[in-house]
Design a protein. Sequence first.
Length: 110
Amino acid sequence: MIKITIIFVVLLCGIIVNPIGYCQDVSQEENITTVSGEVVNIDWVSRKMVIALYKSGPSDEVTVIVSRDTKITKGTAPITFADIHITDSVTIQYYSNSFAGLQATQIIVQ
């Protein structure tokens, strides 16, 4: 009976620990894209920004999600997401997250 209990506990631990490996953040370094443009829309509730891209056609826009981990700076000073305004010129680094969309990793406000 003790052997069965030990086997059951080991199997249960394996089932609990196994999904944790799938939840780890995979490095997105090789998939980082950098774009520059002008902020045309900001949704502070859902933490999304729409950027009209420079060097593209007039209708090229990118929507990025700004997480709390996104590094945001103006010059060398760190700022918050609330400090970004429509018509600000920005350079954004982002990666594609298959579940959530385009995730901003860094925003530099000019």
